[in-house]
Design a protein around this ligand. Sequence first.
Ligand SMILES: Cc1cc2nc3c(=O)[nH]c(=O)nc-3n(C[C@H](O)[C@H](O)[C@H](O)COP(=O)(O)OP(=O)(O)OC[C@H]3O[C@@H](n4cnc5c(N)ncnc54)[C@H](O)[C@@H]3O)c2cc1C
Ligand code: FES
Ligand code: FES
Length: 456
Amino acid sequence: MLASLGPDAKVLAGGQSLVPLLSMRLAAPAHLVDINRLTELGYVRVRDGQVAVGALARHTQVLLDPAAAEVQPLLAKALALVAHPVIRNRGTTVGSIVHADPAAEMTAVLALLRGSVRLAGTGGERMVAADDFFLGPLESDVRPGELATEATFPILPARAGCGFAEISRRNGDYAICGVAAVIQLDDDGGIGSARTAYLSVAPRPLVLDLTQACAGAGADRADFAEAGHLAMARVDPEPDIHATAGGRCERRLGKQGSDPMASGEPAAAAAAQDFGITQPAEELHDVRLIVNGAARNVRVPARRLLSDCIRHDLALTGTHVGCEHGVCGACTVLIDGVAARSCLMLAVTADGARITTVEGLAEPDGTLSPVQQAFADCHGLQCGFCTPGFLTTITAALADNPEPSQDEAREIIGGNLCRCTGYQNIVRAVLRAAQLQRDRAASDRPAAREPQAGQA
Ligand SMILES: Cc1cc2nc3c(=O)[nH]c(=O)nc-3n(C[C@H](O)[C@H](O)[C@H](O)COP(=O)(O)OP(=O)(O)OC[C@H]3O[C@@H](n4cnc5c(N)ncnc54)[C@H](O)[C@@H]3O)c2cc1C
Ligand code: FES
Ligand code: FES
């Protein structure tokens, strides 16, 4: 399909970068080729001195892979800083690399480790080294008709260690700046090589060799400071990315004064005109879903977001829509038990899925779920707009981690925004919900058998 559609088509992987661009009319491909059913590409394998990550391996899957973490710990260190857990549940590591955002952690990791990307097309396969793969901001060496099937990351050599650090406004936000480092010791225990890669400070991941500043056994603070100065001389960050975002959007659209945030069909048609494409007739799809335990069949246009399908086609208006680009968390639902942003998924992609919305959290007899009860107990809501997204996010997180610490409770809700800013009570509600969940599980367990006479 990709080969026959050529430059008019884009691959849809996790959609966590592409769908916001479509929603904001910053991209307008005529066709999307959804690869989410190519489950054979959902692998993480350690082989031939490399960690091979298939095109459908989600960030979470790579982050939690024990074999990969053992041989190349930089992967997990970096992935823990990629977005929030809900975004990581759907976003793919290969998709992030192809997207080539200079603020993305995994682009820097691939460049630092001298990894490669495998590309497949009708003409065969080719491997492209990271050095040649990143061409510029949001531009990588994937030709029309090609699919990136795999990224390979060399394992950490012997006597080497690695680290990843970044500064972001909130945990999980895109980094304002960040650095990955691999240091390898020589036979005498001194520093044999020191290489770093920077994100958000250049149009593509910037890799530096700082060995000359700190080589040898006697390296001390002054040498490390010297390495820092060397790096400072090479990086050339743009002014604050947040402050210049509007102007950059305008340049990308090639129009002075256009409003890239405008929504609705006229804006879509205008964007399509800008890109020199005609809009195809609306294509309809039959989508079968299990929603809150009941089978629901809907016929939707190909472009319908899952959030809109839930609200307008299924009339389940408990799922709220705030930002429509993955940032606020209000639209979060459970897809086959995993939390995901419904505003970043097309309804057709969800065909066959089991979806739980906020309406499906309570027991059939109306008993509130532990998370709902905890929000009521702890006054975890004010206006309530954000609440459905918090409830679904916390429900999924407590299934994975039934006893979160205070810090983990904060991490769980880190990707959700509450405009009323009642965060302290929401953190308390997470801990209370965990307790209620444990209490309910204990009371559901059959009572322990009374000890018989003669038994200890
Ligand atoms: C709120 C929010 C915060 C985020 N924060 C961060 C962050 O801090 N750090 C970070 O790195 N990322 C962040 N992301 C982006 C996230 O990591 C994305 O998952 C990732 O960048 C893209 O992966 P995807 O699978 O979703 O790709 P998609 O969105 O589906 O695709 C992205 C692009 O790559 C192309 N593409 C994807 N896969 C292939 C393939 N196999 N072959 C050819 N082309 C392909 C698509 O056509 C598209 O052009 C954030 C996203 C959101 C919504
Ligand atoms: S994250 Fe989906 S509406 Fe904000
Ligand atoms: S309670 Fe009002 S937005 Fe969160």
